[in-house]
Design a protein around this ligand. Structure first.
Ligand code: GUN
Length: 285
Protein backbone atom coordinates (compact mmCIF):
# COMPACT_ATOMS: atom_id res chain seq x y z
CA UNK A 1 0.00 0.00 0.00
CA UNK A 2 1.29 3.41 -0.98
CA UNK A 3 2.53 6.12 1.35
CA UNK A 4 0.08 9.02 1.21
CA UNK A 5 1.67 12.33 0.19
CA UNK A 6 0.06 14.67 2.70
CA UNK A 7 -0.41 18.04 1.00
CA UNK A 8 -1.98 19.52 4.11
CA UNK A 9 1.11 18.81 6.22
CA UNK A 10 3.62 19.95 3.59
CA UNK A 11 1.65 23.11 2.82
CA UNK A 12 1.48 23.93 6.54
CA UNK A 13 5.29 23.99 6.64
CA UNK A 14 5.44 26.27 3.57
CA UNK A 15 2.73 28.55 4.96
CA UNK A 16 4.68 28.94 8.18
CA UNK A 17 7.75 30.13 6.19
CA UNK A 18 5.52 32.56 4.28
CA UNK A 19 4.04 33.90 7.51
CA UNK A 20 7.51 34.61 8.90
CA UNK A 21 8.45 36.49 5.75
CA UNK A 22 5.18 38.46 5.73
CA UNK A 23 5.97 39.57 9.29
CA UNK A 24 9.52 40.57 8.31
CA UNK A 25 8.14 42.70 5.45
CA UNK A 26 5.66 44.29 7.85
CA UNK A 27 8.64 45.39 9.99
CA UNK A 28 9.96 47.15 6.88
CA UNK A 29 6.61 48.93 6.41
CA UNK A 30 5.20 46.66 3.68
CA UNK A 31 1.82 45.02 4.13
CA UNK A 32 1.63 42.21 1.56
CA UNK A 33 -1.51 42.50 -0.59
CA UNK A 34 -3.21 40.15 -3.07
CA UNK A 35 -6.17 41.05 -5.31
CA UNK A 36 -8.42 38.11 -6.16
CA UNK A 37 -10.81 38.57 -9.08
CA UNK A 38 -13.72 36.21 -9.64
CA UNK A 39 -16.24 36.69 -12.45
CA UNK A 40 -19.64 34.98 -12.36
CA UNK A 41 -20.79 32.25 -10.01
CA UNK A 42 -18.93 29.07 -10.94
CA UNK A 43 -19.23 27.04 -7.69
CA UNK A 44 -15.78 25.40 -8.03
CA UNK A 45 -14.15 28.80 -8.60
CA UNK A 46 -15.97 30.16 -5.56
CA UNK A 47 -14.57 27.33 -3.41
CA UNK A 48 -11.01 27.86 -4.74
CA UNK A 49 -11.23 31.62 -4.14
CA UNK A 50 -12.56 31.15 -0.61
CA UNK A 51 -9.70 28.75 0.16
CA UNK A 52 -7.14 31.19 -1.24
CA UNK A 53 -8.56 34.09 0.80
CA UNK A 54 -8.57 32.00 3.98
CA UNK A 55 -4.93 30.98 3.44
CA UNK A 56 -3.97 34.63 2.87
CA UNK A 57 -5.60 35.64 6.15
CA UNK A 58 -3.77 32.86 8.02
CA UNK A 59 -0.42 33.99 6.57
CA UNK A 60 -1.05 37.68 7.32
CA UNK A 61 -1.50 38.61 3.64
CA UNK A 62 -4.24 41.18 2.97
CA UNK A 63 -6.55 39.86 0.25
CA UNK A 64 -9.00 42.07 -1.59
CA UNK A 65 -11.80 40.23 -3.38
CA UNK A 66 -13.28 41.65 -6.57
CA UNK A 67 -16.40 39.56 -7.24
CA UNK A 68 -17.81 40.69 -10.58
CA UNK A 69 -21.15 39.66 -12.11
CA UNK A 70 -21.37 37.19 -15.00
CA UNK A 71 -22.43 40.12 -17.23
CA UNK A 72 -19.07 41.92 -16.78
CA UNK A 73 -17.66 43.15 -20.10
CA UNK A 74 -14.11 42.68 -21.31
CA UNK A 75 -13.54 46.45 -21.04
CA UNK A 76 -14.75 46.49 -17.42
CA UNK A 77 -12.48 43.61 -16.47
CA UNK A 78 -9.47 45.12 -18.22
CA UNK A 79 -10.25 48.43 -16.51
CA UNK A 80 -10.14 46.75 -13.10
CA UNK A 81 -6.84 45.04 -13.92
CA UNK A 82 -5.38 48.37 -15.01
CA UNK A 83 -6.41 49.93 -11.69
CA UNK A 84 -4.89 47.02 -9.73
CA UNK A 85 -1.68 47.15 -11.80
CA UNK A 86 -1.26 50.73 -10.60
CA UNK A 87 -2.31 50.15 -6.98
CA UNK A 88 0.77 50.18 -4.71
CA UNK A 89 -0.82 48.21 -1.86
CA UNK A 90 -1.50 45.29 -4.24
CA UNK A 91 1.54 43.11 -4.95
CA UNK A 92 -0.21 40.19 -6.61
CA UNK A 93 -3.21 39.93 -8.95
CA UNK A 94 -5.03 36.66 -9.44
CA UNK A 95 -7.94 36.30 -11.86
CA UNK A 96 -9.65 32.98 -11.17
CA UNK A 97 -10.11 30.87 -14.29
CA UNK A 98 -12.12 29.78 -16.17
CA UNK A 99 -13.77 33.08 -17.08
CA UNK A 100 -17.29 33.20 -18.57
CA UNK A 101 -17.21 32.33 -22.29
CA UNK A 102 -17.77 35.88 -23.60
CA UNK A 103 -14.52 37.06 -21.97
CA UNK A 104 -11.12 36.69 -23.65
CA UNK A 105 -8.93 34.86 -21.14
CA UNK A 106 -5.72 35.38 -23.12
CA UNK A 107 -6.20 39.14 -23.28
CA UNK A 108 -7.00 39.25 -19.55
CA UNK A 109 -3.82 37.34 -18.64
CA UNK A 110 -1.78 39.55 -20.98
CA UNK A 111 -3.15 42.68 -19.25
CA UNK A 112 -1.79 41.72 -15.80
CA UNK A 113 1.54 43.35 -14.99
CA UNK A 114 4.01 40.40 -15.14
CA UNK A 115 5.54 41.63 -11.86
CA UNK A 116 2.15 41.11 -10.15
CA UNK A 117 1.29 37.87 -12.02
CA UNK A 118 1.42 35.52 -9.04
CA UNK A 119 -0.18 32.69 -11.06
CA UNK A 120 2.76 32.87 -13.52
CA UNK A 121 0.30 32.74 -16.44
CA UNK A 122 1.61 35.77 -18.36
CA UNK A 123 3.68 34.91 -21.46
CA UNK A 124 6.67 36.72 -19.95
CA UNK A 125 6.59 34.51 -16.87
CA UNK A 126 5.89 31.37 -18.92
CA UNK A 127 8.99 32.27 -20.94
CA UNK A 128 11.03 32.59 -17.76
CA UNK A 129 9.86 29.13 -16.68
CA UNK A 130 10.85 27.69 -20.09
CA UNK A 131 14.42 28.93 -19.69
CA UNK A 132 14.60 27.93 -16.04
CA UNK A 133 15.11 31.47 -14.75
CA UNK A 134 12.08 32.60 -12.84
CA UNK A 135 10.84 34.31 -9.71
CA UNK A 136 7.18 33.28 -9.97
CA UNK A 137 6.61 29.56 -9.80
CA UNK A 138 3.67 27.99 -11.63
CA UNK A 139 1.46 27.28 -8.59
CA UNK A 140 0.27 23.70 -9.04
CA UNK A 141 3.44 22.27 -10.66
CA UNK A 142 5.74 24.00 -8.17
CA UNK A 143 3.57 22.75 -5.31
CA UNK A 144 3.98 19.21 -6.64
CA UNK A 145 7.78 19.63 -6.88
CA UNK A 146 7.84 20.91 -3.30
CA UNK A 147 5.94 17.84 -2.17
CA UNK A 148 8.35 15.48 -4.00
CA UNK A 149 11.28 17.27 -2.33
CA UNK A 150 9.67 17.06 1.12
CA UNK A 151 9.30 13.29 0.79
CA UNK A 152 12.83 12.89 -0.68
CA UNK A 153 11.50 11.52 -3.96
CA UNK A 154 14.20 11.93 -6.62
CA UNK A 155 13.28 13.09 -10.12
CA UNK A 156 16.65 12.93 -11.92
CA UNK A 157 16.77 10.09 -14.42
CA UNK A 158 13.19 9.01 -13.71
CA UNK A 159 10.55 8.34 -16.35
CA UNK A 160 8.00 11.11 -15.75
CA UNK A 161 4.66 11.01 -17.55
CA UNK A 162 2.24 13.94 -17.42
CA UNK A 163 -1.31 13.35 -18.63
CA UNK A 164 -2.73 16.69 -19.77
CA UNK A 165 -1.18 19.61 -21.64
CA UNK A 166 -2.92 22.66 -20.18
CA UNK A 167 -1.10 25.95 -19.82
CA UNK A 168 -1.94 25.95 -16.09
CA UNK A 169 -0.68 22.48 -15.16
CA UNK A 170 0.49 20.05 -17.87
CA UNK A 171 2.99 22.20 -19.78
CA UNK A 172 4.67 23.93 -16.80
CA UNK A 173 4.71 20.60 -14.91
CA UNK A 174 6.68 19.04 -17.76
CA UNK A 175 9.14 21.96 -17.65
CA UNK A 176 9.79 21.67 -13.90
CA UNK A 177 10.29 17.90 -14.09
CA UNK A 178 12.68 18.44 -17.01
CA UNK A 179 14.64 21.03 -15.03
CA UNK A 180 15.11 18.41 -12.33
CA UNK A 181 16.51 16.07 -15.01
CA UNK A 182 13.47 13.82 -15.35
CA UNK A 183 12.82 12.13 -18.69
CA UNK A 184 9.46 13.64 -19.49
CA UNK A 185 6.58 12.54 -21.72
CA UNK A 186 3.42 14.62 -22.06
CA UNK A 187 0.27 12.70 -23.01
CA UNK A 188 -3.05 14.12 -24.19
CA UNK A 189 -6.35 13.21 -25.81
CA UNK A 190 -4.68 12.23 -29.11
CA UNK A 191 -2.02 10.01 -27.51
CA UNK A 192 -2.03 6.51 -28.97
CA UNK A 193 -1.68 3.57 -26.52
CA UNK A 194 -1.94 5.86 -23.50
CA UNK A 195 -1.92 3.02 -20.96
CA UNK A 196 1.34 1.66 -22.42
CA UNK A 197 2.97 5.07 -21.99
CA UNK A 198 1.68 5.71 -18.46
CA UNK A 199 2.70 2.20 -17.39
CA UNK A 200 6.33 3.21 -18.02
CA UNK A 201 6.12 6.08 -15.52
CA UNK A 202 8.14 6.17 -12.31
CA UNK A 203 6.36 9.47 -11.63
CA UNK A 204 2.87 9.84 -13.08
CA UNK A 205 1.02 13.17 -12.95
CA UNK A 206 -2.67 13.12 -13.87
CA UNK A 207 -4.17 16.47 -14.88
CA UNK A 208 -7.03 15.58 -17.20
CA UNK A 209 -10.16 16.62 -15.33
CA UNK A 210 -11.93 13.27 -15.81
CA UNK A 211 -13.02 11.44 -12.64
CA UNK A 212 -11.04 8.25 -11.89
CA UNK A 213 -9.48 8.31 -15.39
CA UNK A 214 -6.25 6.60 -14.27
CA UNK A 215 -6.95 2.96 -13.52
CA UNK A 216 -4.67 0.34 -11.95
CA UNK A 217 -3.65 -1.18 -15.32
CA UNK A 218 -2.19 2.19 -16.36
CA UNK A 219 0.20 2.35 -13.39
CA UNK A 220 3.57 0.67 -12.87
CA UNK A 221 4.20 -1.16 -9.59
CA UNK A 222 5.97 1.18 -7.19
CA UNK A 223 5.15 4.38 -9.11
CA UNK A 224 4.70 7.82 -7.59
CA UNK A 225 1.19 8.92 -8.53
CA UNK A 226 0.23 12.60 -8.38
CA UNK A 227 -3.44 13.49 -8.82
CA UNK A 228 -4.23 17.06 -9.86
CA UNK A 229 -7.93 16.34 -10.49
CA UNK A 230 -10.79 17.91 -8.55
CA UNK A 231 -13.71 16.03 -10.01
CA UNK A 232 -17.08 14.62 -8.94
CA UNK A 233 -17.83 10.91 -9.14
CA UNK A 234 -21.14 9.36 -10.22
CA UNK A 235 -22.59 10.12 -6.76
CA UNK A 236 -21.43 13.74 -6.79
CA UNK A 237 -18.63 13.00 -4.32
CA UNK A 238 -15.32 14.85 -4.69
CA UNK A 239 -12.66 12.65 -6.32
CA UNK A 240 -9.54 12.96 -8.44
CA UNK A 241 -8.38 11.90 -11.90
CA UNK A 242 -6.99 8.70 -10.35
CA UNK A 243 -9.05 5.73 -9.21
CA UNK A 244 -7.48 5.99 -5.75
CA UNK A 245 -8.79 2.75 -4.24
CA UNK A 246 -7.58 0.66 -7.18
CA UNK A 247 -4.25 2.43 -7.74
CA UNK A 248 -3.06 2.99 -4.14
CA UNK A 249 -2.21 -0.70 -3.50
CA UNK A 250 0.13 -0.66 -6.56
CA UNK A 251 1.81 2.71 -6.02
CA UNK A 252 4.74 3.56 -3.74
CA UNK A 253 3.43 7.09 -3.12
CA UNK A 254 0.09 8.68 -3.98
CA UNK A 255 -1.66 12.01 -3.38
CA UNK A 256 -5.20 11.94 -2.02
CA UNK A 257 -8.07 14.16 -3.24
CA UNK A 258 -8.77 16.30 -1.32
CA UNK A 259 -5.70 17.00 0.80
CA UNK A 260 -2.99 16.35 -1.79
CA UNK A 261 -2.09 18.77 -4.56
CA UNK A 262 -4.78 21.40 -3.81
CA UNK A 263 -3.23 22.77 -0.58
CA UNK A 264 0.20 22.88 -2.29
CA UNK A 265 -1.18 25.07 -5.11
CA UNK A 266 -2.34 27.59 -2.54
CA UNK A 267 0.93 27.47 -0.61
CA UNK A 268 2.84 28.35 -3.82
CA UNK A 269 0.45 31.22 -4.52
CA UNK A 270 1.27 32.67 -1.09
CA UNK A 271 4.99 32.22 -1.76
CA UNK A 272 4.67 34.06 -5.07
CA UNK A 273 2.74 36.91 -3.47
CA UNK A 274 5.47 37.40 -0.86
CA UNK A 275 8.10 37.26 -3.64
CA UNK A 276 6.26 40.03 -5.51
CA UNK A 277 6.15 42.18 -2.35
CA UNK A 278 9.80 41.50 -1.55
CA UNK A 279 10.82 42.66 -5.03
CA UNK A 280 8.97 45.95 -4.49
CA UNK A 281 10.73 46.32 -1.14
CA UNK A 282 14.14 45.65 -2.77
CA UNK A 283 13.44 48.24 -5.50
CA UNK A 284 12.60 50.86 -2.90
CA UNK A 285 15.77 50.29 -0.89
N1 GUN B 1 -8.25 27.81 -12.16
C1 GUN B 1 -7.81 26.56 -11.87
N2 GUN B 1 -6.59 26.62 -11.29
C2 GUN B 1 -6.27 27.92 -11.21
C3 GUN B 1 -5.13 28.62 -10.69
O1 GUN B 1 -4.15 28.04 -10.20
N3 GUN B 1 -5.19 29.97 -10.79
C4 GUN B 1 -6.23 30.64 -11.35
N4 GUN B 1 -6.17 31.98 -11.43
N5 GUN B 1 -7.29 30.02 -11.85
C5 GUN B 1 -7.30 28.68 -11.77
Amino acid sequence: MATILDGKAVSAAVKQEVKTEVEALKQKGISVGLAVIIVGDNPASRTYVNNKKKACAEAGIVSEEYALPESTTQAELLGLIDTLNKKDSIHGILCQLPLPKHLDEKAVIAAINPEKDVDAFHAVNVGHIMIGDYSFLPCTPAGIMEMLKYYNIPVAGKECVVIGRSNIVGKPMAMLLLQQNGTVTVCHSKTVHLAAVTARADILVAAVGIPKFVTADMVKDGAVVIDVGMDRDENGKLCGDVDFDAVAPKAAFITPVPGGVGPMTIATLLKNTVTAARKVCEKEL
